[in-house]
Design a protein around this ligand. Structure first.
Ligand SMILES: [Zn+2]
Length: 384
């Protein structure tokens, strides 16, 4: 079996994050088991999803983790020219949901596992395949907790998100939050008897915008990123019932994408102060006034030094000396922060095609990834 044949199978599992990933995991498990790997599954409490951690080679030695996710984003409301869950080749491009983000890396990793079975690795190769990455790196946390409590002590972690096989040393951190805003309902002919929660939301949003302006003007910029500063954004707003009712409640969603140098918790603190100020100015007249902020998910920035060992190691494997940073987030920040493992991102395909209709990967990208992993296996066979 080659990587494309494995990819064909991986794409056929509809692993949109809301679905179970157990079938794809058991497919991965079979390949890894045949390759002689030691395998641990870490299931969610409902037992509908699982992370997989596997090791080929001497488990007591520090090794290399290949990390990826098994879930994909939905295809709802997207117009596809091919069946998104059937790998389709057109003009040397392979189409399907997850071809770029990021089942091709998982396929190449599984192919490398099969090759490793006939080798005698002195340094172990680990495989970390998680669920629910696309909804905020949710699944991988129980796997990281398992590693924290185990004697496994990996040297490097390679996250295979699509970077066109370029080595990436960092990404921003992210906080997702929901906000519930309560005013007071009234007949719209008597607006002064009510407190318009949409107006409160508008005040809150203006506050978010002024925090953003302050960050642009006063915080450190990192020009390795396309947007070189920490960003805040309101992505969804709801509220009100009818034009003749003063709306008593509204809600919104916002996110913070923070540079390593900006502490997102301090920004959240500023947002809490902002909401308290808004509530305080109305609470005497309208005692039910409330703004409730809930952080729904959060992962840290990845900030691996460009001169660190994992970067030169990966540059050696790809034969490409450039080091950049990616605009999207990964579980890399968690591996680095929680486990202190030197982590970098390098994988086949481009995020320009990720999350899009007609997502595809160039076949040449899969060849490059196979080559990189072959170079890795040769190093692991000699021992690091
Ligand atoms: Zn991804």
């Amino acid at each position: 079996m080659n990587s494309i044949q494995i990819l064909e199978k991986l794409i056929s599992f509809d692993t949109v994050s809301s679905n179970s990933n157990l079938e794809i995991i058991s497919y991965c498990e079979k390949i890894l088991k045949d390759a002689g790997a030691e395998i641990t599954l870490i299931k969610n409490t409902e037992e509908t999803k699982a992370n997989l951690f596997a090791t080929i080679g001497p488990v007591d030695q520090p090794g290399i983790i290949l990390s990826g996710h098994t879930d994909v984003v939905p295809v709802t409301n997207q117009k596809w020219k091919t069946n998104p869950f059937k790998l389709t080749e057109i003009d040397n491009k392979l189409y399907g949901r997850g071809t770029a983000d990021m089942k091709s890396f998982v396929a190449c990793a599984l192919n490398a596992a099969s090759k490793a079975s006939s080798m005698n690795l002195k340094t172990p190769l680990h495989f970390s395949f998680s669920y629910d990455e696309e909804i905020g790196c949710v699944g991988v946390r129980s796997l990281i907790k398992m590693l924290k409590n185990s004697s496994i002590n990996p040297l490097f972690c390679i996250v295979g998100e699509p970077t066109s096989m370029q080595v990436m040393s960092g990404h921003k951190g992210k906080v997702n939050a929901s906000v519930l805003i309560k005013g007071k309902e009234a007949h719209s002919a008597l607006t002064t008897k009510g407190l318009n929660s949409i107006y409160l939301a508008s005040e809150f949003i203006q506050g978010i915008q002024s925090i953003q302006t302050n960050l642009i003007n006063n915080s450190t910029h990192d020009n390795d990123f396309e947007v070189p500063y920490t960003t805040l954004q309101v992505g969804k707003i709801e509220g009100g019932v009818a034009v003749n009712i003063v709306p008593s409640s509204s809600s919104l969603l916002f996110e913070i994408r923070s540079l390593h140098s900006d502490d997102p918790n301090l920004i959240l603190k500023d947002i809490k102060i902002l909401s308290e100020k808004i509530v305080k100015s109305h609470i005497n007249k309208f005692p039910d006034t409330e703004i409730e902020i809930k952080v729904t998910s959060q992962y840290p920035a990845l900030n691996t030094m460009k001169n660190s060992d994992v970067i030169s190691f990966l540059n050696g494997l790809t034969g490409n000396n450039s080091v950049e940073k990616v605009s999207f987030g990964t579980e890399g920040g968690l591996f680095s922060n929680e486990l202190n493992i030197e982590t970098a991102i390098c994988g086949p395909g481009s995020m320009n095609q990720g999350h899009q209709p007609d997502e595809y990967i160039e076949k040449a990208q899969i060849d490059l990834c196979d080559q990189m992993l072959e170079n890795l296996l040769n190093k692991l066979e000699k021992g690091l």
